[in-house]
Design a protein around this ligand. Structure first.
Ligand code: PGA
Length: 252
């Protein structure tokens, strides 16, 4: 089964509108392969600027979160109708930083996935992954499978197969420590088997699984060469046009 590689940048809380514009102009000039789908998940305040700057290109734009209600007294939150009007293509759900610092739970991830899948064409990028303590205790698979089961609860196969899953071991995010290619492949393969057991092997064959955690030009080729790693969710290295283009070009 051939899956189109998909590598997305996750800018986190970096870049103003002016910086977004500047980045886009520089990134559009980079030599890059057309064999890889790509997108940038940017702060809410940069979404419109990014949409305009990348209009007419094959570069997608994503948000980093969404609320599961359409509107209401939820100070500081952003709803799906708001994202739809901007025309965003992707939305990150359940990033470990949101789970860790902003009380994101599997229950809210599940509500957000349902909202996106039932009411929009926005592709969710669902993040899962274990922390260092869990890995050292030999619980990485248990943690990841319980996240997947809870996050997909009640979501039928025809919707579930639209989701992109990003495997992001928390100990590798922003730390410079990358999971080795075999280690990352082991977990991405496990995620595919877990998804197959929840749905079907046909759905699991189509599932796009990204690796995330200190992916950079130097380690991207080895990670992306693994059978179950279909792309990446790239934080730090997506903030520089040349570095990010080099990661895209690492796809064989
Ligand atoms: P990093 O972040 O590439 O800076 O480790 C990845 C992520 O958190 O998505």
């Amino acid at each position: 089964m051939s899956r189109t590689p998909f590598i997305a940048g996750n800018w986190k809380m970096f870049k103003t509108m002016a910086e977004t514009k500047e980045f886009a102009e520089a990134f559009k000039k980079q030599e890059r392969t057309s064999a890889v789908k790509t997108a940038f998940c940017v702060p809410f305040t940069d979404l419109m600027t990014a949409k305009e700057a990348f209009a007419g290109t094959d570069i997608g734009v994503g948000a980093q979160n969404v609320h599961f209600e359409d509107e209401g007294a939820f100070t500081g939150e952003v709803s799906l109708p708001m994202l739809k009007e901007i025309g965003v293509d992707y939305c990150v759900i359940g990033h470990s930083e949101r789970r860790q610092y902003f009380n994101e739970t599997d229950e809210t991830c599940n509500l957000k996935l349902k909202k996106l899948l039932q009411e929009s064409d926005i592709t969710p990028i669902l993040c899962v992954g274990e922390n260092l303590e869990e890995r050292e205790a030999g619980k990485a698979e248990d943690v990841v499978s319980s996240e997947i089961k809870a996050d997909f609860a009640g979501i039928p196969e025809d919707l579930a197969e639209k989701v992109v899953i990003a495997y992001e071991p928390i100990w590798a995010i922003g730390t410079g420590k990358t999971a080795g290619p075999e280690q990352a492949e082991e977990m991405c393969g496990f995620i595919r088997r877990t998804f197959a057991s929840l749905y079907s092997s046909a759905a699991a064959d189509k599932l796009i699984i990204q690796y995330g955690g200190s992916m950079k030009p130097e380690n991207a080729a080895a990670l992306l060469a693994e059978a179950d790693i279909d792309g990446g969710l790239v934080g730090g290295a997506s903030l520089q046009p040349d570095k990010f283009a080099a990661i895209l070009n690492a796809v064989k």
